[in-house]
Design a protein around this ligand. Structure first.
Ligand SMILES: *[C@@H]1O[C@H](CO)[C@@H](O)[C@H](O)[C@H]1NC(C)=O
Ligand SMILES: *[C@@H]1O[C@H](CO)[C@@H](O)[C@H](O)[C@H]1NC(C)=O
Ligand SMILES: *[C@@H]1O[C@H](CO)[C@@H](O)[C@H](O)[C@H]1NC(C)=O
Length: 474
């Protein structure tokens, strides 16, 4: 009978305490973090429209302020391979669609497309067409990009060639495969490099391994490649496939998912190239109901950091058709739940964060991280409780006891929402620091509250609810 009250207390508390020692310098496995780790991809045809939205500038500027560096922008996607450059076109893009929710099946674009790209404040990567097999056209577009866009980082030639088929014009009726694509990338890169420079973003694969391209493209082709891009979508709603929010946001699930890219990142780095998830987001084909949620915001926080740990230099979160984009961070006059994750992880990394370390084994639902300064001192801790709370029943909490600290009190800031399914576009309140939100034009508003956490004998304990995250400032 003596055990009964203790059992009852455990059931009522629904909490769990874990102990985490904070290394005083970056531990083994810690990685240096690119200042533009959190970056943005914009669908090719929609890019001019995005420059017309106040939220675009403000949402990017907020991330730049929090991290101290501009997010990089990649302009590309499926419609880059449907686009033809027209040097006499007076508008940035020209196409017709039956409904504003549609992406065009064909389009032209003119020189002012690149003037708009020159207005971006971060590194710019632009995706040009390869599928239509008009090399002269992509060369003239690339030359215009080079002369117009002062922050041009790289040019892609083709998007997701793994999805090309033997009926694609580039296949010239002779079939299509990974090995054919690799020799085709080599041919195009080496043909265009004398004019455009060694400026290409290679691979741009959705399902093929970028390591195979690096090992078999040959030294002449490899020399023209500046960066390597792999596309990554953990889930899909295509063809009626079902999506699952608890599995999207699961910490152990994210660790396992991201590990598939480690060998590719290593191969790119060994070849002296940056490795990017050059187009990524939560779920393709409309998001299956999970993409616009607060759970997706928590996924972003953990996915960004786990990707950095296995060697991803940048993640470019994709933005599609304005007004028809479940995983977008913002729209014409709205900021969506996932953006809060992008802002929170940018705040955690901060303007001074240089090195990132995980403090857990990646096997539970609780993610713990530390970020260190360039002087190797711990700056901030992060807890992400990825246990799924859907708004029904009791919301469990987990306590994390950090040790190895100094001082007597620390500040903390919380990212929270009513539950993992909360959507700002359905009126739910997602907050940073209890009251911090973003206006419809992506201007930060509300006073963010700082929680005070007592340090006793070099240790502090924080409690984080299921489907919630917390930063501790050291
Ligand atoms: C930008 O907005 C203006 C006014 O709202 C509109 O006339 C114009 O067509 C828009 N341009 C693009 C590229 O969306
Ligand atoms: C724009 O595209 C339409 C077809 O969608 C075409 O009829 C029209 O001539 C084009 N305009 C220009 C200026 O190229
Ligand atoms: C939250 O911020 C709003 C401004 O957006 C302010 O009016 C309100 O007083 C704040 N509430 C709290 C509890 O801090």
């Amino acid at each position: 009978m003596a055990r009964f009250p203790a059992l009852l207390a455990t059931l009522l508390c629904a909490c769990y305490v874990r102990a985490v020692a904070v290394p005083s310098t970056p531990p083994s496995g810690a990685v240096s973090v690119d200042p533009s780790l959190v970056s943005v991809s914009i669908e090719f045809f929609a890019f001019p429209g995005y420059t017309n939205i106040t939220g675009s500038n403000n949402c990017l500027a907020n991330l730049a302020t929090l991290r101290g560096a501009q997010p990089a922008i990649r302009i590309g996607g499926t419609t880059q391979d449907r686009a033809t450059y027209d040097s006499s076109l007076q508008t940035s893009v020209n196409y017709t669609v039956a409904s504003p929710a549609d992406a065009p099946t064909t389009l032209t674009y003119g020189p002012s497309f690149f003037s708009l790209a020159n207005g971006l404040k971060g590194d710019v990567t632009i995706g040009l067409n390869r599928q239509l097999n008009n090399q002269a056209n992509s060369l003239s577009a690339g030359a215009q990009a080079k002369s117009s866009v002062s922050r041009l980082l790289a040019l892609e030639l083709g998007n997701e060639p793994d999805l090309y088929s033997s009926s694609s014009p580039i296949a010239s009726g002779t079939g299509w495969s990974n090995s054919i694509d690799i020799s085709n990338e080599a041919n195009w890169f080496t043909a265009l490099a004398p004019t455009l420079g060694n400026i290409f973003q290679g691979a741009v694969y959705l399902s093929w391994s970028t390591s195979t391209l690096i090992s078999s493209i040959g030294s002449a082709g490899l020399a023209t490649i500046k960066t390597i891009s792999r596309h990554s979508y953990p889930q899909s709603a295509c063809g009626g496939a079902s999506t699952n929010l608890p599995s999207l946001m699961s910490h152990s699930g994210i660790v396992s998912y991201v590990s598939q890219y480690k060998a590719e990142a290593t191969a790119a780095h060994n070849a002296g190239k940056k490795f990017f998830l050059g187009e990524t987001n939560s779920a393709t084909c409309g998001g299956g109901g999970i993409s616009p949620t607060f759970g997706a915001a928590l996924w972003i926080v953990d996915y960004v950091l786990q990707s950095a740990l296995i060697g991803v230099d940048r993640l470019y979160f994709h933005h599609g058709t304005i007004g028809n984009c479940a995983y977008c961070w913002w729209g014409t006059s709205a900021v969506y739940s996932p953006y809060y994750g992008a802002a929170f992880v940018s705040e955690f990394l901060g303007t001074d964060g240089a090195t990132l370390a995980t403090l857990d084994s990646g096997t539970s639902a609780i993610a713990t991280y530390a970020v260190y300064s360039s002087a190797r001192a711990p700056l901030r801790l992060l807890v992400v409780n990825t246990n799924y709370f859907d708004g029904t029943g009791t919301r469990a909490s987990t306590s994390v006891a950090f040790s190895g600290l100094s001082g007597s009190t620390k500040a903390a800031k919380r990212l929270t929402a009513p539950d993992a399914t909360s959507r700002t576009d359905e009126g739910a309140l997602v907050t940073i620091g209890g009251n911090g939100t973003f206006s419809s034009a992506c201007v930060g508003q509300g006073t963010q509250a700082i929680e005070s956490v007592a340090v006793s004998a070099g240790a502090l304990t924080v409690s984080v609810l299921a489907s919630e995250a917390l930063i501790v400032y050291l």
